[in-house]
Design a protein around this ligand. Structure first.
Ligand SMILES: CC(C)(COP(=O)(O)OP(=O)(O)OC[C@H]1O[C@@H](n2cnc3c(N)ncnc32)[C@H](O)[C@@H]1OP(=O)(O)O)[C@@H](O)C(=O)NCCC(=O)NCCS
Length: 174
């Protein structure tokens, strides 16, 4: 079986990020806040800014993009929580471990930066994503927020799921 690799993209690789990000928005519009129409119109300067704002992780098999995830600050008071977002795996690669590899890379990067927890906001009715996150080790919290895009598939609310990255198993204040 071909090997799955995950790497962080540099700013100059913005076109690769754009390509996989637009594919994600096209394939799973209900899962993301942004729309394809909106992001298709972004110029090079904005894509480059996006590359430096968050860490963009690309999963590849045989040099072909198969999934993507982003890692950024969660905006918590202590500044010790990172947020994983924009997780997407192309349909033909689902169930093959790509999502785990992406999230593991995100968790490793956050831990290396001294972060204590990783938070993942996910639509309460996005069964597959919730099941994936639970299986990976994320725990559900009592934190909810309204979905900014309402769809039948993902419901009206998002739940914060949290993965402790070290010895502190407690829930962070988000
Ligand atoms: C969410 C996503 C990244 C997960 O990757 P994946 O490769 O599908 O994940 P996995 O197959 O490793 O895990 C999915 C789990 O959900 C289970 N599952 C599959 N369909 C399900 C469903 N409809 N309801 C509940 N669980 C489901 C699988 O059995 C599996 O559990 P297991 O590992 O215990 O068998 C991928 O499905 C995806 O890109 N979805 C579209 C975009 C999206 O929703 N992104 C999340 C936005 S927050």
């Amino acid at each position: 079986m071909s090997e799955i690799t995950v790497r962080g993209l540099g700013e100059d690789e913005w076109e690769q990020y754009r390509s996989v990000r637009l594919a994600a928005l096209e394939e799973s519009p209900e899962a993301f806040v942004a729309t394809l129409e909106e992001e298709r119109g972004f110029d090079e300067q904005l894509w480059r800014r996006r590359m430096s704002r968050s860490r963009r992780l690309l999963a590849e098999v045989d040099g072909e993009a198969v999934g993507v995830a982003s890692l950024g600050p969660a905006g918590d008071e202590s500044g010790t929580v990172s947020q994983l977002f924009g997780l997407w795996v192309r349909p033909s690669s689902r169930g093959s471990g790509v999502a785990s590899r992406l999230v593991q890379a995100g968790a490793d990067a956050a831990r290396e930066q001294g972060q204590t927890h990783l938070v993942y906001w996910v639509g309460t009715e996005n069964g597959r994503a919730v099941a994936f996150a639970s299986g990976f080790g994320f725990r559900p919290t009592d934190q909810r927020r309204p979905m900014r895009v309402v769809s039948d598939e993902d419901g009206h609310e998002e739940i914060a799921m949290v993965l402790p990255l070290g010895a502190d198993r407690g829930m962070p204040v988000l």
